[in-house]
Each structure stands twice: as structure tokens, then as C-alpha cells.
Write a protein that binds this ligand. Structure first.
Ligand SMILES: [Zn+2]
Ligand SMILES: [Zn+2]
Length: 476
């Protein structure tokens, strides 16, 4: 039986490093077909299925990939068994890969589909949970046939190569719809295709304060289809100068004296609810998930694992650590945006002021490897409130913060996201991080880092749910 699940869409994501090796093997000078197997971790979100390329097994021509008994070429049963057992040991899905000639269009042959029907029931038995399936690549296209069970198969909708200049591959070229009139001016730059890409994106925003509220407004007005904002704080009067969309009635009850209102259970508006209001006013069609929780809550972090991009606008070491982990484990690019005012400890004078944007590319640039996650502060933040109260050295004085410094970081981060996502960034664009120091009129570009052997960006790359996120234990 070949029952296609109509409501499910499968998507394949791969780090650029694995894709480079795969393409070198598939598209050789001989112009012939070549084969491989990919072991992929699996995220199943109900309507969506994501397969994250974690292992590549190259099939050696003439040994593992040989003339077929029915089709043109086949993987030998020994190679298939070796790979499927390796996948089963690690809890990965098994994806057989080969290539067809052509550029932007590709489909399985009748022989290919017949071999899936003959072979994949047995592979599903060995895997005992994860799906088995196949991908067929042309130079700029990919199709997939994913078997969740003998009764349920899904076609691949698209694949994403998550490198510095990300690529999206489909089975065949898609003709974009004409952009909505409200996006006419920006569609003249991004094209209808670019606008359609933005409309299909799901983006996480961690922190809905000063920087996050601006990122939220920019993304909503650009026509992003789905936003997920995570923040556990209610608005305070001192946020009014920076949180866009905040109104006096969000922190002061409108009709009653504040004291009585609080006694009656009145609460200031959570920042994520203000973000939701702003986003829906900008675009009534937007889908918005307002998560009133700290990113260290397991259920909050779990809401971000199927995003297309994440903006990190919360400046704690734990938020950095968790979002950096999501980036590499789930192959999701991250833009960290923030500002800093350094005061001289002894004199109180201003030492430095800057806005900073750091783009994290899965497997290629990492906050750990760049020395930006301070272990001591991480441990302090993980301590319980009682432990923290006993630690007098934690500085509880609020940091200075100004909307314009935030805007430089937020706008630059969204700019960089935008141009890489719609495919306008030049492949030769320098991927360095960006820091603006307004007091000395200086822009700095900083080198990014990713070190061999780093558990976060190398060993756990594309591990998905197989490696738990460093979130708070549920019992805490
Ligand atoms: Zn084929
Ligand atoms: Zn790293």
C-alpha cells in the first residue's frame, strides 16, 4: 500500500559541511549516478516532520554501489545492513541517497519507487521507531520518499542547507504568488519569491524587552508568517522608554487606584502579550505564539526547535547556552543582538558603549568556542533563588539601556537575517560579527569561531532530540 499522508510535510536539513561532502561524491566528473546513506535525527511536530542530517555513509563505487538487478544501480545489501544498523544504534532515521542528472527538477524513477516498496518494511523493523526513506538529488533539486510506517509515507517538501549562505532545494521550481499590496515596496527588492519565503517562515524571539520588541515589530511588518516569542517578565514602567507598543495602561491600571487593582488580582501586561499586540496590529494574518516562560523552562525551549531562525535578545548566560545549543543540535541559524554599556567599576565613568550582532551558523560559529559563555556566571544563574541571595557578589543594579542602541543591533540583525534568507547576500560577503561603538565612531567586524571537538557545535551537531538541551530540570 502506498498511502500518502496528505496533511504532513517533511523537510530535510543539513549542515553545509555534510552537504559539501555529499555533493563531491554525488556529482563527480564522470556525470554518473552515485550513492550514499544519511543517518538523520528526527523532529516530529505533528503536522511537520524534520530530518536533520547527522551521519554520512559514502557508498564506494563498484563495492557498495553496484549495477542493479532491477534498476540502473543499487546499494549492496551488505552496505544497507551496515548503515541501517548504525542508524538503529543511534536512534537515527535511515535515508538512502542517490543522484539523477538535471539541474532544478528531480523525481524518483518507477524502479526507485519499486525498490522502496520491496525494502523499506524490513528496514523499519530494524530501526524500530525512526523512519526509513530515500532522497534523490539533482544539482539544485531534491525529492524524498519517507516511510514513517508501512502504512504511512510522506513526500519531502524541501531541503535546507544551513550554511553561511543558506540554500533551499525543492523537487521542482515553484512559481511564486504575486506579493500582497502591503508588501509592494519591499517585494520590489526581495521579489515575489522573497516575500513568499518570508511569509512561510517561523521565527523564534527569545526576550521581548528592548531589543526583542524591536525585532518583533520589524519581523511582523516584513510579513513573517509565524512568530514565537519567549519571555517571562511583565512590563514595568522603567521599560516604557524602550519596549515598542507598551502603553501606560500596561503597567498602571486604567480605572482603579493601583493598590486596589493589585488587590483585586490586576497584573501588569506580560512583555510577550505586548509583542503579540504589536505583531497583530502590524499584520492581522500573522500566527503568534506568546510563551510566558523563561527560556530555561523545558517546554519553552521545546517550542523553538522547529523554527527557521531564532533571534536571541535575552542577555543571560543560560539563554546564550540554550539558544547556542538549539542552533547546533537543531540546525537553526541564530542572530544574537544586544547592547552593552561598560562602566568603570571604581569611578563609575563610562568606559565603552556598543551594539553587537552575532550570527550563529550551525556547525560553523559558536558562542562557546568564541568564549562568550562565562562558566562562572552560568553556574551562578543556575543556582536556586536562595543560593543566589547568599551570593552577595551578584550585581543586581540595573544596566543602562537606550532604545537607539537597541535599534542599531535589532535592525542590523534583522537586515542580516533578511538578506541571507531571501538569497540576496553575496556568497563572498564577510560573515564576521558586527559591533558598533558610537562614542568613538567605530564599527568592528569580529571573527567567528568553531573549534574541533567542541561538544556543542561539533559533537552534538544535528543531534536534535537525541541530545537533551541544557534546560532546567523539571523537578526544580
Ligand atoms: Zn533513481
Ligand atoms: Zn563550539
Amino acid at each position: 500500500m502506498d498511502a500518502r499522508a496528505m496533511n504532513r510535510a517533511a523537510c530535510f536539513r543539513t549542515p553545509a559541511s555534510l552537504m559539501r561532502k555529499l555533493e563531491e561524491h554525488l556529482f563527480q566528473e564522470d556525470g554518473d549516478e552515485h550513492g550514499a546513506v544519511i543517518g538523520a535525527s528526527v523532529i516530529d511536530t505533528g503536522p511537520g516532520l524534520r530530518l536533520l542530517a547527522r551521519r554520512l555513509f559514502v557508498a564506494e563505487d563498484g563495492i557498495d554501489y553496484v549495477p542493479g538487478e532491477r534498476g540502473y544501480r543499487m546499494l549492496t545489501p551488505e552496505f544497507v545492513l551496515r548503515c541501517v544498523r548504525a542508524c538503529a544504534r543511534e536512534g537515527l532515521a535511515y535515508l538512502a541517497v542517490h543522484n539523477h542528472p538535471g539541474t532544478d527538477w528531480v523525481a524518483f524513477s518507477g524502479d526507485d519507487m519499486a525498490s522502496h516498496r520491496r525494502g523499506y518494511r524490513a528496514l523499519l523493523d530494524i530501526l524500530d521507531g525512526p523512519p526509513a526513506g530515500a532522497l534523490v538529488f539533482a544539482r539544485d533539486a531534491v525529492a524524498g520518499d519517507i516511510w514513517l510506517s508501512p502504512q504511512e509515507q510522506v513526500e519531502l517538501d524541501h531541503a535546507v542547507v544551513t550554511g553561511r549562505t543558506p540554500r533551499v532545494l525543492h523537487p521542482a521550481p515553484r512559481r511564486p504568488r504575486a506579493a500582497d499590496a502591503r508588501y509592494d515596496r519591499q517585494a520590489r527588492l526581495f521579489g515575489d519569491r522573497g516575500q513568499q519565503i518570508l511569509g512561510a517562515q517561523k521565527i523564534g524571539i527569545v526576550g521581548a524587552g528592548g531589543v526583542g520588541s524591536l525585532v518583533n515589530e520589524y519581523l511582523a511588518r516584513l510579513g513573517i508568517g509565524h512568530l514565537v516569542a519567549v519571555d517571562h517578565d511583565p512590563i514595568e514602567e522603567s521599560n516604557a522608554s524602550r519596549v515598542v507598543g507598551a502603553r501606560a495602561s500596561d503597567w498602571t491600571p486604567r480605572w482603579l487606584p493601583a493598590k486596589i487593582a493589585r488587590r483585586l488580582g490586576w497584573k501588569p501586561t506580560p512583555k510577550v502579550r505586548i509583542a503579540e499586540r504589536v505583531a497583530k496590529e502590524a499584520n492581522p494574518d500573522i500566527r503568534f505564539d506568546a510563551i510566558e516562560a523563561d527560556i530555561v523552562d523545558p517546554h519553552a525551549a521545546g517550542r523553538l526547535v522547529d523554527c527557521d531562525a531564532i533571534f536571541l535578545a535575552a542577555d543571560t548566560m543560560r539563554a546564550r547556552h540554550i539558544v547556542n545549543s538549539i542552533c547546533h543540535r537543531y540546525l537553526i541559524p541564530v542572530w544574537q543582538a544586544g547592547t552593552k554599556v561598560h562602566l568603570n567599576n571604581s569611578t563609575g565613568d563610562i568606559a565603552d558603549v556598543f551594539s553587537v550582532v552575532r550570527r550563529l551558523v550551525p556547525g560553523e560559529s559558536c558562542l562557546w568556542c568564541s568564549g562568550l559563555i562565562d562558566r562562572t556566571r552560568l553556574a551562578e544563574e543556575a543556582a536556586s533563588p536562595q543560593q543566589r541571595a547568599a551570593q552577595t557578589y551578584i550585581d543586581e543594579v540595573p544596566n543602562p539601556s537606550v532604545i537607539t542602541l537597541n535599534a542599531v543591533a535589532a535592525a542590523h540583525a534583522v537586515d542580516d537575517y533578511l538578506f541571507t534568507t531571501v538569497g540576496l547576500t553575496s556568497p563572498s560577503a564577510r560573515p564576521e560579527w558586527f559591533r558598533h561603538h558610537p562614542l568613538i565612531g567605530y564599527f568592528a567586524q569580529l571573527k567567528t569561531a568553531s573549534e574541533p571537538g567542541c561538544p556543542q557545535c561539533q559533537n552534538h551537531l544535528a543531534a536534535g532530540p537525541l541530545e537533551p538541551l541544557p534546560v532546567r530540570e523539571r523537578s526544580q
